[in-house]
Design a protein around this ligand. Structure first.
Ligand code: SAH
Length: 371
């Protein structure tokens, strides 16, 4: 895939109005559409807390509301900003759910981010409930197979009362009413104490980051496989999370650049580098979007994502391979770790003209050299 194709926005007509979408973005899943279709009543001030590309924000705007659309995933955010651009009533904000600087909403809409874990959902619900006025309504969307019933119970306990108002296959929509005061959301960081490449490390992780409670075993494997001497090398970490790959490499003397689309993960990695007195360039970025044209590297490392909004989608992984190729200096090396069922070899072979498989087992480590 060409990176220009990955980065381009596409226009999609919808019942709610024109949506902008791009590869890598979440926000076109079933829950978004069902919620946009179900939401009704008139409202003047609405919050769309996990806005994706803006499908629900448009529906809220069409009900007469001024909408604050909040989205922290960079790929979605880029599309959301384009969707909102033609509508003065929709303002966008890129912030974690617990950092909203506005309250007093009459209506809130939330598509549960169940694929990011219970702590994340807990924070989303708490933030939405807190931001509502007393008597305000929370419209909640989720999937029965991804814990909807349990999360609906949590939401009822938090807000007061509510009921399920719409069902389509496994997707559910509920409406709740805030009838009691709600505490301000305050995320609990999780502490991982670990040893990587000989360094005793502490990682603090915020809710919603990848592998929040332990270093991902695939990342550990990749770190053990990478060259022992990396001092002075310029390394790019694609999809850097909270810094599990980058921090030990920085402590080995490499000059690391992290690109990561989740703002919550970016905040976590900034903390982790500061606590370890290590330096890095940490960018909130959809693949290589935030890099400058001239930024090139000696080594690119990645444990690429293969899910978007809970579904297996390989667009981002494919863009990572393309970005690795375009961002390496001649002779530079790309190292990737993946589950064996993911067939990245052919993409690497096509772009780099070579690919090496080093480890096979529960995970595989692949590498390629830029010619
Ligand atoms: N390197 C980290 C995280 C690996 S998981 C570790 O080893 O622990 C893959 C990461 O890619 C996740 O943090 C995910 O948020 C990030 N990601 C997903 N889509 C992305 C995109 N479009 N651009 C940049 N990063 C992305």
């Amino acid at each position: 895939m060409e990176l220009t194709k990955y980065h381009s926005l596409q226009k999609l007509p919808s019942a709610q109005g024109t949506i902008f979408y791009k590869l890598g973005a979440a926000g076109l899943e079933e829950s978004y559409q069902l919620l946009a279709d179900a939401i009704n009543g008139s409202t003047t001030r609405a919050l769309d807390l996990n806005a994706g590309v803006g499908v629900v924000s448009l529906a809220l705007k069409n009900l007469g509301a001024k909408v604050l659309a909040v989205e922290e995933r960079r790929a979605s955010c880029r599309a959301l900003q384009a969707t909102a651009k033609d509508h003065a009533a929709i303002k966008t904000s890129c912030a974690p759910p617990w950092q909203l600087n506005q309250t007093g909403f009459e209506t809130a809409a939330l598509v549960l981010g169940a694929e990011r874990g219970n702590d994340w959902v807990n924070m989303q619900l708490n933030a939405a409930a807190y931001a509502l006025d007393m008597g305000g309504a929370l419209w909640l969307a989720g999937n029965r197979k991804a814990g909807f019933e349990r999360y609906f119970k949590w939401a009822r306990k938090l807000l007061g009362r509510g009921q399920i108002v719409s069902r389509n296959k496994d997707t559910r929509i509920a409406v709740l009413q805030k009838t009691q005061t709600v505490p301000k959301p305050s995320p609990q960081e999780f502490l991982i104490n670990t040893k990587l490449r000989g360094h005793e490390l502490r990682f603090y992780t915020l809710p919603g980051v990848f592998s929040a409670n332990e270093i991902d075993p695939a990342s550990r494997l990749l770190l053990d496989f990478l060259p022992k001497k990396v001092a002075g090398e310029e390394i790019l970490d694609l999809g850097a999370g909270y810094g599990a790959l980058s921090l030990p490499l920085a402590l080995d003397g490499a000059k690391v650049t992290l690109v990561e689309q989740s703002l919550v993960a970016v905040i976590s990695s900034r903390n982790n580098f500061a606590n370890a007195n290590a330096t890095a360039r940490i960018l909130h970025s959809d693949v290589d979007e935030a890099l400058q044209k001239e930024d090139l590297f000696d080594i690119v490392v990645s444990n690429p994502p293969f899910h978007i909004g809970g579904h297996v989608v390989l667009d981002v992984a494919k863009a990572f391979v393309a970005a690795a190729h375009s961002r390496l200096r001649p002779g530079g090396r790309f190292y990737l770790v993946a589950n064996p069922f993911l067939k990245y070899e052919s993409w690497m072979q096509n772009l780099f003209g070579n690919v090496h498989e080093h480890i096979t087992g529960r995970y595989k480590v692949l590498s390629a050299i830029k010619q």
